[in-house]
Design a binder for this molecule. Structure first.
Ligand SMILES: *Cc1c(COP(=O)(O)O)cnc(C)c1O
Length: 230
């Protein structure tokens, strides 16, 4: 418990320092705690420190934790790969989905989102380094999907998400994040109204914030190393 609380304060301090260095308003970056493979009890502890936004990668695991934590007022983000047979659960159990990279999935999420809920917030996942093992869109594909999804009534496209290739070089990290920011500016210049950049993880959150990240997704720095199996 002491550790989690310490980690929480440390990560928040890191975020505030990076905001200041970037000349951005304090609180302009949202911290999303990534709980994959960590038990619901750890999420509960972090929530007791004041954390409200949590992200999960696997649908079944996420739904189980949401049930266990139903007494808390948490905001849930989905950041994992999406199979079409899971879209109904994802559409109705999360406030945000950061990992959409196909029209078919976007359309299903919109069709299956309950009309009683506010529109589902969606980020389009980019893969700007052409990594074959990762999902995500190229710049051209991202613009095409932005056009295609503009009319879907029950999702709100908010911006872009990226998981860059791991790099120990801060300049290299920053270059990738800068490309994502420019893409968002370009899209808005063409009439879209995107306001979110989901980028920055434990090892590169400062670089992401310097390039305009609005949502950092942090697992390890908060919860420690992930157990390999739940
Ligand atoms: C696991 C994961 C994270 C968190 O990564 P850490 O390096 O542990 O902070 C962030 N985003 C996505 C998409 C992830 O899968």
């Amino acid at each position: 418990m002491a550790d989690l609380r310490e980690n929480y304060h440390h990560v928040n301090a890191q975020i505030r320092a990076a905001e200041m260095q970037a000349g951005r308003a304090s609180g302009s970056v949202n911290l999303i705690a990534v709980g994959k493979l960590h038990p619901a009890s750890s999420i509960r502890k972090l929530a007791s420190c004041g954390q409200r936004a949590f992200a999960e990668n696997f649908v079944q695991e996420a739904i189980g934790k949401q049930r266990e934590l139903a007494d808390l007022d948490l905001e849930w983000h989905f950041i994992g790969s999406i199979q079409s047979n899971k879209t109904r659960q994802i559409a109705n159990s999360f406030s945000w989905v950061h990992s959409v990279d196909r029209y078919r999935i976007a359309r299903r999420l919109s069709e299956q989102r309950s009309a009683e809920l506010p529109p589902l917030n969606v980020c389009l996942q980019l893969n700007l380094q052409a990594e074959k093992t990762k999902s995500g869109l190229s710049e051209e594909e991202a613009f095409e999907l932005l056009m295609q999804t503009a009319e879907l009534p029950c999702i709100a496209i908010r911006g872009f998400m990226i998981v860059p290739k791991p790099s120990a070089d801060p300049d290299e990290q920053r270059t990738v994040f800068a490309r994502v920011r420019k893409l968002l500016e370009q899209a808005n210049a063409q009439g879209h109204s995107l306001d979110s950049l989901s980028m920055g993880m434990t090892d590169d959150l400062e670089q992401a914030i310097l390039e305009g990240s609005t949502h950092v997704r942090i697992g390890t720095a908060l919860f420690g190393p992930r157990p390999s199996k739940i």
